[in-house]
Design a protein around this ligand. Structure first.
Ligand SMILES: Cc1cc2nc3c(=O)[nH]c(=O)nc-3n(C[C@H](O)[C@H](O)[C@H](O)COP(=O)(O)O)c2cc1C
Length: 202
């Protein structure tokens, strides 16, 4: 059994993003894993990094209760999966605010003389993103590479995670054929089974 944390940001319960999240969660539970979900909108997570958090105390952020709880769940997880739609080729402000507040200095990274040092090593991460436009259009002009550099590498790898996958689902929207949505769900479930099924129960 592994400890999983899923962090998801989408305001609409019956969105594609939330249905993928439920499928991901269901697959993990079926395999007997311990899963915690931080559904940021439904939790009412406050994504605004306050002046107090930034300025009070020592050079390390003052930790608020909600941040302390969120950090404890990250610390305990073997695998952290983040799921969000691409809005302006980036994570929604809700997810960005979670990163700003939870992945704070002293928790996710430390500044060393040689540069920033990730503190969350020993954990794996998965990024799941969703877009309206085709992935090929992002790859052609460099938007995909830019997004991966800033999100996969600058955030998750820099914090010390081993990023074991970035699953992207494209051309998602109201005109999406049901067969395409079903295909995406199959791909997502296959990814979860392929990566997390082979570990013997603890
Ligand atoms: C504010 C906003 C910005 C968006 N920006 C992009 C974008 O930059 N590229 C893209 O392909 N889709 C963009 N979209 C479309 C969403 O990625 C897409 O509609 C969504 O992932 C569909 O899945 P959902 O049902 O989970 O919302 C944007 C949507 C919103 C609401």
């Amino acid at each position: 059994m592994q400890k999983h944390l899923i962090v998801v940001a989408h305001p609409v319960e019956d969105s594609f993003t939330m249905s993928m999240t439920r499928a991901y969660l269901g697959e993990l539970l079926r395999m007997g894993h311990d899963v915690r979900v931080h559904d940021l909108y439904r939790m009412g997570f406050n994504p605004v990094l306050s002046a107090r958090e930034l300025t009070e105390g020592s050079d390390v952020h003052v930790r608020m209760a909600d941040v302390l709880i969120a950090q404890e769940d990250v610390r305990e997880a073997d695998v952290v999966t983040v799921i969000y739609p691409l809005w302006w080729m980036a994570m929604p402000a809700m997810m960005k605010g979670y990163i700003d507040r939870v992945f704070s200095r002293g928790f996710a990274y430390e500044i060393q003389p040689g540069g920033a040092q990730g503190l969350l090593s020993g954990r794996r991460a998965v990024v799941v993103t969703i877009s309206g436009a085709p992935l090929a259009s992002f790859m052609e002009d460099g938007r995909w590479q830019a997004m991966q550099l800033l999100q996969d590498t600058h955030i998750f790898r820099a914090a010390g995670f081993e990023l074991i996958g970035h699953l992207h689902f494209d051309e998602v929207g109201p005109a999406m054929p049901p067969a395409a949505a079903a295909n995406d769900l199959t791909r997502l479930r296959g990814f979860v089974r392929g990566h997390f099924a082979s570990v013997p129960a603890a």
